[in-house]
Write a protein that binds this ligand. Structure first.
Ligand SMILES: Nc1ncnc2c1ncn2[C@@H]1O[C@H](COP(=O)(O)OP(=O)(O)OP(=O)(O)O)[C@@H](O)[C@H]1O
Length: 481
């Protein structure tokens, strides 16, 4: 049985064993902080992505989706501030050559201290980070006698900024090639297309543009499975509003996004808001939605009031107008006229959401009865995001049972993902489905031939009942709505 402290490791092993997530290029000993999704992981991820997409676009008449390229004109990243600002303070240990993000190094040390002392240190660190006082941060690390985990020494370099963007060359001949970046966020693809979408879609403020796609960051501390990756997916939505209305829309989206999280069946006490004290260069208000992972409360989603920072800067750097004409009337009866819209952003990591859903769903149940030890590992996914919705299992491989099962398979597989299996005892087959989170199993047996009923077995309660073969599809359809 996994205790709380090793639940994280148990989830990682389970993900590998059941085809959810593998280390990238594992046969070459892997690539750090890069992961591949296997047959079940990619279905789970796709279902979460689809659920987010649908709740943003289909369920909001004033939000549309786009799919912008990963590569963008390099000036994009100057205008957005990423070339100058997208960096973290780092420090290297001279003996081990190991590089640390300063805040992570101090936070790890704080965990070894009594609470009061730790809190003081964190408060001091936050102050110095806010002032970008790198000399002060180095002093704090030295005064606190923080040691490198590899060399065990306190032989530190100065604290320096380290840009997190990956760059590469565009063009085949090296002299002509120009340096471009792999996007570190998807948001800028939305901003540069703001007018294209607004005009062609005849959209009126307030409206939103949503996008899902890969983002790349050269993260330094990268040892938390899919929580912090170098290549990951973001699901972002930029909501364009009239200047001066940002407070109410910020509150609206905070509430709306929390509703979405709760709709995943995760109880409210596993979430909390964390308001930012130190704001990013583009924001006038910001908070995170944090989930209680096995590694503690951590950010899953950010909600940011981005002002007109991005559009204004793109206007300045591109020399193209980024304005919207608002012909609604203000209080004095005049049209609001031309302005650069303000933006509220909701930005959620798809991979972190996968990790959240896995953390919430993973359970090891003790099913021992007197004298007979037994247990099962189960993933209690909400049916709508489970990789497989229905397992169809003929009791035996003969007597016409596989034929009936195949017929059911043909009826259901166009509507949702099913899994067909004839091999092994039925109990074993049920357990394998529990381990990948299949909410329903249906067994076709000899009685099916007589009265057209099947046994349906529910994953969470393990209860079984007989229902009509004809009712199976509708039952699953309803559960995944
Ligand atoms: N390296 C990463 N790996 C996986 N997901 C990430 C990573 N960086 C960011 N995300 C996801 O993208 C979302 C929005 O990105 P944002 O720039 O706000 O993150 P962040 O504040 O830099 O995150 P963190 O403080 O954890 O580095 C985050 O809430 C997170 O879910």
């Amino acid at each position: 049985m996994a205790t709380d402290s090793n639940k994280f490791q148990a989830i990682i092993s389970h993900c590998k064993e059941y085809g959810f997530i593998f280390q990238s290029s594992e046969i070459y000993d892997g690539l750090s902080a890069v992961y591949d999704y296997g047959q079940n992981g990619s279905e789970l991820k796709k279902n979460i992505r689809d659920y987010w997409w649908k709740s943003m676009t289909q369920m909001h008449e004033n939000i549309v989706g786009i799919d912008a390229a990963i590569f963008m004109h390099p000036t994009t990243w100057k205008a957005s501030g990423h070339v100058d600002n997208f960096s973290d303070p780092m420090i290297d240990n001279k003996d081990s050559q190991k590089r640390y993000r300063v805040d992570h190094l101090i936070e790890a040390h704080v965990e070894t201290l009594p609470k009061e002392e730790g809190d003081k240190l964190l408060a001091k660190m936050d102050q110095l980070l806010a002032k970008e006082d790198f000399g002060g941060l180095k002093q704090l690390i030295e005064d606190s006698k923080i040691k490198c985990t590899v060399s065990g020494t306190s032989n530190w370099t100065d604290v320096r900024q380290f840009n997190l963007m990956f760059s590469t060359q565009l063009g085949s001949v090296s002299e002509e090639a120009s340096e471009i970046y792999l996007r570190p966020e998807t948001a800028q693809g939305i901003f540069v297309n703001f007018l294209n979408v607004q005009k062609t879609g005849r959209l009126r403020i307030p409206f939103g543009i949503a996008q899902v796609g890969k983002a790349f960051r050269n993260e330094i501390v990268a040892r938390q499975f899919i929580f912090r990756m170098r290549e990951f997916e973001q699901m972002e939505m930029q909501f364009f509003i009239r200047p001066g209305t940002q407070k109410e829309w910020y509150e609206y989206w905070k509430a709306e996004r929390m509703k979405w999280h709760l709709s995943l069946g995760i109880p409210a006490e596993r979430y909390r808001f964390h308001d930012h004290v130190k704001l990013a260069h583009y924001a006038d208000a910001a908070c995170d939605i944090e989930y209680d992972f096995p590694i503690g409360f951590k950010e899953v989603e950010g909600i940011h009031s981005r002002t007109d920072f991005d559009l204004r800067n793109h206007q300045e750097y591109s020399k193209k107008k980024m304005q919207y004409f608002d012909n609604d009337l203000d209080e004095s009866g005049k049209p609001y006229g031309n302005y650069i819209p303000y933006v509220i952003e909701t930005s959620i990591g798809l991979d972190r959401t996968v990790m959240m859903v896995l953390s919430q769903a993973f359970e090891e149940e003790d099913l021992s009865t007197e004298g007979k030890p037994d247990s099962r590992v189960i993933l209690k996914f909400p049916p709508r995001i489970a990789p497989v919705k229905l397992a169809i299992l003929p009791l035996v491989k003969k007597d016409g049972l596989p034929e009936i099962a195949r017929e059911l398979m043909n009826e259901c597989k166009t509507a949702f993902r099913c899994f067909y299996e004839e091999k092994d005892a039925i109990g074993k087959r049920y357990r394998r489905q529990d381990a990948i989170g299949t909410p329903f199993c249906v067994t076709i047996d000899h009685q099916t031939k007589e009265d057209g009923t099947v046994t349906i077995r529910y994953r969470d309660s393990m209860k079984q009942e007989r229902i009509s073969l004809k009712a199976v599809k509708e039952l699953v359809d309803k559960a995944i709505l």
